[in-house]
Design a protein around this ligand. Sequence first.
Ligand code: DGL
Length: 258
Amino acid sequence: MDNNQPIGIFDSGIGGTSIWKEIHNLLPNEKTIYLADSKNAPYGQKSKREIIGLSIKNTDLLLEMGCKLIVVACNTATTNAIRELREKYEVPFIGIEPALKPAVANSKTQIIGILATQGTLNSELFNKTTEMFRNTKIVEQVGHGLVQLIENGNMNSPEMTRLLHSYLIPMIEADIDYLVLGCSHYPYLIPQIKNILPQHIQIIDSGRAVAKQTQRILKEQVGLSSTPSNEAVFYTNSNPKVLRGILENRYEVIEKDF
Ligand code: DGL
């Protein structure tokens, strides 16, 4: 694989751009191609089989486009399909999982909250991880409806505020001191989440860790780009306006059927 080929990134929609931003900041010399599978969002309520099928479809397209490494910028796809992707393809995959470890390591109350999709919280991979933290109480909450509101461009709506209140207040009452964001769409909600949480509750997401892991695997296994280019191309199969908006109209967004 040529080290000047692009990094491929996919998500069920626009949320994984939160991960793309971290990768683009840490590795500004790398070309990136991002696929927003918004037509099929949300993945969170789909079966494992469906999520594997969609992840294969996205990977095939990124490989056709010549990507040298694939970032699965979706917790739901990672926790349900990354093992199958790694078995099927030779290209390296970087996944994203809820950052429970740093939250558990730093929590004083040993009660932490996690907000994620149903697909992630029900997955075998996530449940295996929580078994490692038996001495910590993990308050799980499915973020029903949040991804749809973000995908529809209603991130700052009264409905969003209402849903966030209904999910976060019980966690505050349970005395969490860390909130783990287990979905790549949710970092866009941090300003609103901060308005609801008391100041002592820390918010953790996995974006930076994924970018660092991408850098490490590129160095060790694939090679960093030797002809620096910060080109970034975004493909979406639905609603390009919302994706352009989240990227502040600074990057090329192409509508494509996939
Ligand atoms: N952004 C995704 C995640 O990190 C998936 C959300 C969804 O499609 O349900 O889980």
